[in-house]
Structures are given as structure tokens and as C-alpha cells.
Design a protein around this ligand. Structure first.
Ligand SMILES: Cc1cc2nc3c(=O)[nH]c(=O)nc-3n(C[C@H](O)[C@H](O)[C@H](O)COP(=O)(O)OP(=O)(O)OC[C@H]3O[C@@H](n4cnc5c(N)ncnc54)[C@H](O)[C@@H]3O)c2cc1C
Length: 484
């Protein structure tokens, strides 16, 4: 008996039902299509992935399946490595096309996709990958990139109609293990709720109400939690396409007066794709410095420093509060992310590679194409960007003057008065007793003296930046990653 012929839509970081090119392509064909999402043990075990990422994906998929129910469609969730799953599927079903978005991932996903391409070729099945969010594969430089990006953003949204009702028969032999299912279901209510429905709620409340103070509060750790878009996890896991967000905001902006804030927001959507484009062209930035001259920097690994940064016990309240907040909620604003990186790389003088995965796992919105280039930019290893050595004390005083954020995430500091909240170690023993915080017992002494470390880091990092070798290398970087 001949095998039935079908198409497959492989959902990756595009967990949504609208403005979805692969789903539209499959829907337009006159054969049935199977929609799949893979939970791959090899990727799950990789050092950039954490349970919260998987939980967000899983709950977004549950919601997608709710939306699909009226169309008699379903995303099948499969557990196994992609190569094994596709090999098995191709052995039992005649697959004409595999439709997916291009993934601008880390080298591990890049190598997996090379193996898959070979398998699909051998099996006479076409893998049609669609461009994602205006990011272009295999470009040599950025000439004309901005214009092309704008064209994509302004082109009509894809209306997915699900008119192809041909039934697909599929027996899932790759069920998710019970243990994993239990863990996936145990999603903390402190994290942002996943899925398309919540994504649109956040988008709507941002443009209508929350965004009014967007620019004013963007660097404030407490206020930014409301005034920022908070769309990042929805964009990173594709509950919204960048084009959907862009057009929604443009539409609103043209009818209302809050243009300054919304323009700032739109600039960041552009940055989002700009960073991913960089990584698409050079995913080895996961491992190597953007400017290779920084590879010559000899740093001494200090396990205690690394642990104290990770465990939020540096003795600098703003640094520790940010880390705890991130652990609990999966989100902090840009400025505080930059400060955490700078503290690690500059004040603790640790190699960015020893901190980058820790934050990747904590960020609910983890997107490799933004994360690695941004981490390196804040670490000061790109050569082309200015080096910012953040003083956590200054950040704390400027952006959390009363210590509201600090006290929320470090409740042991709740009785400490404002004059000491940024530097509790400066209290005398009597004051420590008076304010219920014994330094060294209830809260640690500072791990380093940031006055000294800041100076050393400035000399080291600026010294390399100014060297002729760095400048030479910068020319190559600029030619490839910046528009002329
Ligand atoms: C070390 C470091 C690592 C980061 N890693 C990530 C990451 O893994 N995933 C991620 O989405 N963002 C990352 N960012 C960028 C930025 O901090 C977040 O996008 C932002 O805080 C998300 O909050 P929001 O949705 O409220 O952003 P908004 O201010 O409302 O911005 C709207 C959207 O624009 C994009 N965006 C905003 N700022 C930036 C930026 N500086 N660079 C690129 N895109 C931006 C995001 O998609 C965001 O959702 C990182 C920043 C730093 C310093």
C-alpha cells in the first residue's frame, strides 16, 4: 500500500496562528498537513535552556491549540531529537514539503539544521524555510538592509484562514515524558503568562495606557515593569511577529499624540532584528569575542566571585536585587541587564562566557540573536561600541532613590533607612543592630571595592579598544555588520 502524502509545518520560535507564512503555505496546498512542535532533549540539555523557557513554549502551544480547535487543527507535541523524529516520520509518511521559519540560532541548532537538510534531500522532500521578521540569510553586508526591513514591516499581514480541511492521520509515538509534563505544568504565576491572547493584551495595554511613561521610566527598575512594552517573551517565542507589533503600534500612533514614546519603542523593534541579523551572519559570537583582539585578554577565573554574582550575594544591593528579581520573574529592564553584565565583566573581571548562560537561562525572553551580541556589547568585547562601566551605586541612587526595588527583592533590608539603602555596609554596628541587618550575617560585605575595580577595568578595556590591532579589526566588523 502506498504511503499517504502530506506536508509538515514545523513550528519553532513562531508559536502563533496569524501572520504565519509556513502555515499559510501548507494551507494553500491540496494535500493534508501535519503541524508539529519538537521538544528536543539535546536542546533542552544545552546550557542556554531552562525550564521556564520550555514552560513558556508549552503554555503558548496549549493556547494555540485552543485557538486551532475551531479549525479542527492541532499542533502535535513531540519529544525527541529532530533528526530521529524526522527520520521516523519520513519512513512512515510520504512528506512532500516541510515548511518552517528560518532559525537564527546558536551553532548547535545550525549544525542540527545542516544534518536535517541532508536527510530531507535524501528523502526527496523539500524544506521550505521562510524569512523571519525581516532577517536575511547569507548576506555579505548591510547595504539596503534597513529599507528591506521596512518593506517587510509595511507589507500586508498574512491572514491565516485554515481553509484546507483535509484530515491528517497521525499517531504520536514521541509523547512527552510524564516527568517533563509535570514540570511544564508547574509554571510560576510570577512569570508572564504565555501565548497569543496575552501577547495582544500586553500590546493593547501598552499602546493605550502603560506606554505613556515609556521613555521617562525605561531605566527605572520598578516603574519600567509597567511602562515598558513587556512584549519581549511574546516576540522571542513568536506569539507575535515583529510585523504584527509594528503595524499595531503604527496604526495607533497615527491616530494619537503619544508619538515620542511610540517612536522610541519602534526603534527598539528595529534593534531587535538588527541584532538577530548580526547573529544570523555570525553565530560563532556565542563563543568568540566579536572583536577577536579581546581574546588576548588574560582573565583569572574566580569561582567565588562567579558564585556570588549568580547567587545574588555580592553585597551591592542593586546588583543582588536585580538577580533575585530575575530569578523570580524572568524579566528586568535593559539598563539593569547591562549593569549586571558590567558588574560581572568589569568589577569582578570575569570572562563574559562564564556569565552569559546564567542570564540566558533566567531571561524568559531569551533570544540568542540578541543575547550574545548584547552581552558582548555590555562586556566591552565588540571593539566597535563604546565601553560602559556601570557603577552599581550610581545606578541605584539614580534609578531607585528610595530603595523601593531593593527592599522588594531583598526584604532583609526592609528597615534600613534611605541614607544607607544603597551601601548598607557603611552602617556602624549600632546602626546595623538598630535596623535589623548585621553585615556579614544577614547581608554580605561587598565582594569587591567598586572604586578600585572600576578604575582597573577602565584602563584594561579602553587600553585594548584604543590599540591599532583593535581598530584594524573594527574595520572588518563595521564593513560586515553596519550599513554603509
Ligand atoms: C545583556 C543583555 C541581554 C539581553 N538579552 C535579551 C534577550 O535574550 N532577548 C530579548 O528580547 N532582549 C534582550 N535584551 C534586550 C532588552 O533588554 C530587552 O529586549 C528588553 O528589556 C525587553 O523588555 P520589553 O519587551 O519591555 O522592551 P521594550 O523596551 O518595550 O522594547 C520593545 C521590544 O524591542 C526589542 N528590544 C528592546 N530593547 C532592545 C535592545 N536593547 N536590543 C535588541 N532588542 C531590543 C525587544 O524585542 C522588546 O520586546 C538584552 C539586553 C542586554 C543588556
Amino acid at each position: 500500500m502506498s504511503k499517504p502524502t502530506i506536508n509538515i509545518v514545523w513550528i519553532k520560535r513562531d508559536i502563533r496562528s496569524q501572520d504565519h507564512a509556513p502555515l499559510a503555505a501548507a494551507d494553500n496546498e491540496d494535500i493534508p498537513y501535519l503541524i508539529i512542535y519538537l521538544f528536543e532533549p539535546e536542546m533542552i540539555a544545552y546550557k542556554d535552556t531552562s525550564l521556564r523557557h520550555l514552560q513558556f513554549q508549552y503554555h503558548a502551544l496549549q493556547e494555540l491549540n485552543n485557538a486551532f480547535a475551531i479549525h479542527n487543527k492541532k499542533v502535535e507535541l513531540l519529544f525527541g531529537n529532530a533528526i530521529d523524529i524526522f527520520r521516523s516520520l519520513l519512513a512512515s509518511i510520504q512528506v512532500k514539503n516541510i515548511f518552517s521559519y528560518q532559525e537564527s540560532g546558536t551553532p548547535i541548532t545550525y549544525h542540527r539544521d545542516i544534518l536535517l537538510s541532508e536527510l530531507f534531500k535524501e528523502s526527496d522532500c523539500t524544506w521550505k524555510e521562510f524569512q523571519r521578521d525581516g532577517v536575511i540569510r547569507a548576506i555579505k553586508n548591510r547595504d539596503g538592509w534597513d529599507e528591506q526591513w521596512k518593506n517587510v514591516m509595511e507589507s500586508p499581514l498574512i491572514i491565516n484562514s485554515y481553509k484546507n480541511k483535509l484530515p491528517v492521520y497521525f499517531e504520536n509515538n514521541f509523547l512527552l515524558p510524564d516527568r517533563l509534563m509535570r514540570a511544564l505544568n508547574n509554571y510560576s504565576p510570577r512569570m508572564q503568562p504565555a501565548g497569543e491572547k496575552f501577547a495582544f493584551q500586553y500590546l493593547n495595554s501598552f499602546v493605550r495606557e502603560r506606554g505613556v511613561n515609556y521613555s521617562r521610566h525605561i531605566s527605572k527598575p520598578t516603574e519600567s515593569r509597567t511602562s515598558c512594552g513587556r512584549l519581549s517573551p511574546y516576540i522571542s517565542w513568536g506569539n507575535l511577529s515583529i510585523r504584527q507589533v509594528y503595524q499595531y503600534v503604527m496604526n495607533y500612533k497615527n491616530k494619537h499624540s503619544n508619538t515620542f514614546a511610540l517612536n522610541n519603542f519602534l526603534t527598539r523593534l528595529h534593534w531587535h532584528c538588527h541584532f538577530i541579523q548580526k547573529f544570523e551572519s555570525e553565530c560563532m559570537f556565542e563563543f568568540v569575542c566579536v572583536n577577536k583582539v579581546y581574546e588576548d585578554l588574560i582573565l583569572t577565573k574566580n569561582a567565588e566571585y562567579i558564585q556570588r554574582w549568580k547567587n545574588a550575594t555580592t553585597g551591592y544591593p542593586m546588583v543582588d536585587a536585580c538577580m533575585i528579581c530575575l530569578k523570580e520573574t524572568g524579566w528586568i529592564n535593559f539598563r539593569m541587564r547591562a549593569m549586571l553584565v558590567s558588574f560581572f565583566c568589569h568589577h569582578l573581571m570575569q570572562d563574559w562566557r562564564d556569565g552569559v548562560y546564567h542570564l540566558a537561562k533566567l531571561f524568559l525572553d531569551y533570544e540568542p540573536g540578541i543575547h550574545f551580541p548584547q552581552f558582548q556589547m555590555q562586556a566591552g568585547t565588540t571593539g566597535v561600541n563604546t565601553i560602559r562601566i556601570y557603577n552599581p551605586l550610581k545606578q541605584s541612587i539614580e534609578h531607585d532613590p528610595e530603595g523601593v526595588f531593593i527592599k522588594k527583592w531583598l526584604p532583609q533590608l526592609k528597615d534600613v533607612p534611605t541614607e544607607f539603602i544603597h551601601e548598607p555596609h557603611k552602617m556602624s554596628l549600632v546602626e546595623q543592630q538598630q535596623y535589623n541587618l548585621i553585615i556579614g550575617a544577614d547581608y554580605p560585605t561587598p565582594v569587591v571595592d567598586i572604586g578600585e575595580t572600576g578604575k582597573i577595568a577602565r584602563d584594561v578595556y579602553w587600553g585594548i579598544k584604543k590599540s591599532p590591532a583593535t581598530k584594524m579589526e573594527n574595520k572588518k566588523i563595521l564593513a560586515k555588520h553596519v550599513r554603509s
